[in-house]
Design a protein around this ligand. Structure first.
Ligand code: ADP
Ligand code: MG
Length: 718
């Protein structure tokens, strides 16, 4: 029961049936057709144990309508034979088959006839090995009646009356109904979860989720943050962010200008910003981050920018130094750099600059949140590719504000938090799981990009693809070739090649190749990428083909990436380490091997590594045959749309929200009953109701949260 999470009475009450069986009626045996489930009463006319190749019990029964049927049992006890002795009247339920010798049933359910028929449908509950259905049924029935008896209303009628479907059934009746529906119920409504009882349950669940988000949001609003307004009105020129804008080789897009304003407005308030900046791959989020950092620095505060991989952090650092160093130097500030692989001396130097406040901006990886890192005055924390980080890591960065910054007598200050992602959160998720976030969206790409052409090609045509690589390189272009890391000892899933070790989608196993198994797990994981590197090196004589994966020493990784960025290598064979953020504008072709093994959003991220300059770019999705219909559909969707939002929507529909929620999904947090794709109206109701309930009926709100979340609401605080 524990394994199923059935601890409290309330858990039992919410353990709704998987399906139902109709045992409420008896049907005439003679009228039933092949394959139909029927329940009837009959008299046993013959019973024998046949001793063929397999012992079996064969019982012939005659229904009240005179029709006969043979019941066959391959395993049976003496007690079964007694119940099914000749002359006994029995009630039988099972699936009818029209066999060569007439009607038959294999292993039907039976009992002595005459017991009253049940009034409602019989529930069939989810269970686990060793836990009999009958036990679960009984436990649920007991738990349900206790829970219902103890139940007090937590939603006032005035709110329920706002949606017609919620007026119909109270929560207790809804639960009773779902556990034991009347026999005349529409099974379709039960299965689609559109019956009013279902709707009530979903509405309650969504309300609990919205309440907990609201509570988290209100708690956060009590925190104080530094007011970051660069330059009071009339202060004039010379502001850092204005200098940066003037120095950039491009003008901001309208969308970029809008989100910069949204961020600036948040930072001007005395409470911490909690904003998600989403924008498709290549939309230009980095410059928005740089402008926000400038505003913080202008006000005398520090900014930290954390990226999930060393490669990405390095790139950010290079770009930000180029943009900002000339502006910061006259002001006595520097851009600092912090990663796990740094030499001791350099690291100590950086830590000193961070602690003294000389480092206005600090760029780095997870190294930023280590204990030894002490900021003088952290005012703004920016997290790039935020979905790659866990809740704990985000909290850790936020808590990097030292006590020294606390104003005398005042509450301690928290930094503003800006999170960035290229994996857009679909609208319904944004309304539910991310309801406590403010969201800014860059919905426009910088001008002058040529769209990426995506081709889906079978691996049998690999040679053509290799030839195309040769042609691209001959024109002075560069090429990425991405291979999945494949864990053949697990379930053949693609393993993301980065620090987070995130798994993406479960996919079919690779056919085993000769020589598999040698060299341990590491070698197995990398076999694909190293084999492809060897193959391309041989097929493309005279072309510099480099190899990159996360198991290489850091210095080597950096050297490989630098050489590629400088255009010295024509082809980079790599794992998904290049998935996020990498920016080499001269790269014009991306080949993704075993594309069927990747999640759609991940493919979109990878594809975003090309098409970053003005050159026409292409992405080839190589797949291994045979490809199932689902795989075909997914790859087709990739080829047909370049819109990250649309792809995220399809991905969500195909894989469910777990993938998107990443670390936030702490198991129980996922919705069990409501389905965001079909219950948008209930979600809207819950969203509107939560703040009112908190304001007007705080005790009911508290009771509602207790009931639905118990002690599990901590995860929402990040
Ligand atoms: P992402 O949103 O994926 O992080 P980046 O910030 O890396 O995108 O930007 C992609 C590229 O576009 C970079 O080379 C960046 O300098 C450039 N870029 C950003 N904004 C603009 C703009 N308004 N006009 C032209 N190029 C831009
Ligand atoms: Mg980026």
């Amino acid at each position: 029961m524990h394994k199923l999470g059935l601890v409290r009475d309330w858990d039992l009450a919410l353990h709704v049936p998987l399906r139902y069986e109709d045992e409420t009626r008896l049907q005439p045996l003679g009228a039933a057709s092949d394959g139909q489930a029927v329940q009837f009463e009959a008299v046993v006319v013959q019973s024998e144990v046949s001793l063929g190749p397999r012992r079996q019990l064969r019982v012939t029964v005659r229904g009240d309508d005179g029709a006969t049927c043979v019941l066959r049992f391959l395993s049976f006890y003496v007690s079964h034979q007694k119940t099914l002795a000749v002359g006994q009247r029995v009630r039988v339920r099972g699936e009818l088959r029209m066999g060569l010798w007439g009607r038959e049933m294999v292993h039907p359910v039976f009992r002595t006839a005459g017991v009253p028929l049940p009034q409602g449908l019989t529930p069939v509950y989810p269970t686990t090995a060793g836990l009999p259905q009958a036990y679960v049924r009984k436990a649920v029935a007991t738990g349900l009646s206790r829970a219902v008896r103890a139940m007090t209303p937590t939603i006032p009628d005035e709110y329920l009356n706002e949606i017609a479907c919620l007026r119909l059934l109270k929560l207790d009746s809804s639960l009773r109904f779902l556990h034991c529906p009347a026999a005349d119920v529409s099974l379709a409504q039960l299965e689609d979860r559109t019956h009013p009882a279902w709707l009530r349950l979903k509405a309650e669940e969504l309300l609990a989720q919205q309440l907990s988000q609201q509570v988290a949001r209100r708690e956060r609003q009590r925190f104080r943050a530094p007011v970051l307004v660069p330059g009071k009105p009339g202060a004039g020129a010379g502001l850092l962010h204005q200098d940066l804008l003037a120095a950039l080789p491009f003008a901001l897009t309208q969308a970029q200008r809008r989100v910069v304003d949204e961020v600036a407005a948040d930072m001007a308030l005395p409470r911490p910003m909690h904003r998600l900046l989403q924008g498709d791959v290549g939309a230009g989020k980095t410059v928005v981050a740089a402008l926000a950092a400038c505003m913080a620095m202008q006000c005398g505060w520090q900014c930290a920018l954390m990226a999930p991989t060393e490669i990405l952090a390095t790139q950010h650092f290079a770009k930000l130094v180029a943009w900002l160093e000339p502006l910061l130097a006259p002001r006595g500030l520097v851009v600092a750099w912090l990663t796990g692989s740094q030499r001791k001396k350099e690291r100590a130097e950086m830590l000193a600059r961070i602690a003294s406040g000389q480092a206005g901006l600090v760029v780095g990886t997870h190294a930023l949140i280590q204990e030894q890192v002490v900021f003088a005055r952290l005012g703004l924390a920016i997290i790039d590719e935020q979905h790659r980080f866990g809740v704990a890591q985000r909290l850790a960065l936020r808590s990097k504000l030292v006590d020294g910054a606390t104003p005398p007598g005042g509450a301690s200050l928290e930094p503003h938090l800006l999170m960035m992602t290229a994996t857009p959160i679909p609208r319904t998720l944004a309304m539910s799981y991310y309801a406590d976030l403010d969201v800014s969206t860059i919905d426009e790409l910088p001008p002058g990009r040529t769209p990426i052409v995506t081709k889906v090609i079978a691996d049998e045509r690999r040679e053509e693809v290799v030839a195309r690589i040769g042609a691209q390189v001959a024109q002075g272009r560069q090429v990425y070739w991405v291979c999945p890391l494949i864990d053949e000892q697990a379930d053949g899933a693609v393993v993301a090649d980065d620090a987070s070790g995130r798994m993406t989608g479960s996919v079919p196993r690779l056919p085993a190749r000769a020589g598999a198994g040698a060299g341990g797990r590491e070698a197995q994981l990398l076999r694909n990428v190293t084999a492809t590197h060897a193959e391309l090196s041989e097929a493309l004589p005279g072309v510099a083909v480099a190899l990159l994966h996360s198991r290489l020493p850091v210095a080597e990784k950096r050297a490989v990436m630098d050489a590629f960025a400088r255009g010295e290598t024509g082809v980079l064979v790599s794992t998904t380490v290049i998935e996020v953020g990498v920016d080499v504008p001269n790269a014009s072709l991306m080949v993704i091997e075993h594309a069927e093994r990747f999640g759609l959003s991940q493919l979109h991220q990878l594809r975003g590594r090309v098409g970053r300059g003005a050159v026409a770019s292409a992405c080839v999705l190589l797949y291994t045959t045979p490809l199932g219909p689902n795989g075909r559909e997914r790859l087709k969707a990739m080829a047909q749309t370049a819109d990250g939002f649309e792809i995220a929507r399809i991905d969500l529909a195909l894989r469910g929200p777990g993938e998107f929620l990443g670390a936030r999904q702490s198991g129980d947090a996922l919705l069990r009953f409501a389905d965001l794709s079909t219950d948008a109206d209930l979600l809207a109701w819950a969203q509107a109701t939560a703040p009112r309930l908190l304001d007007d009926y705080p005790q009911m709100a508290q009771a509602h949260l207790e009931r639905w979340l118990g002690g599990k609401s901590d995860f929402l605080k990040a």
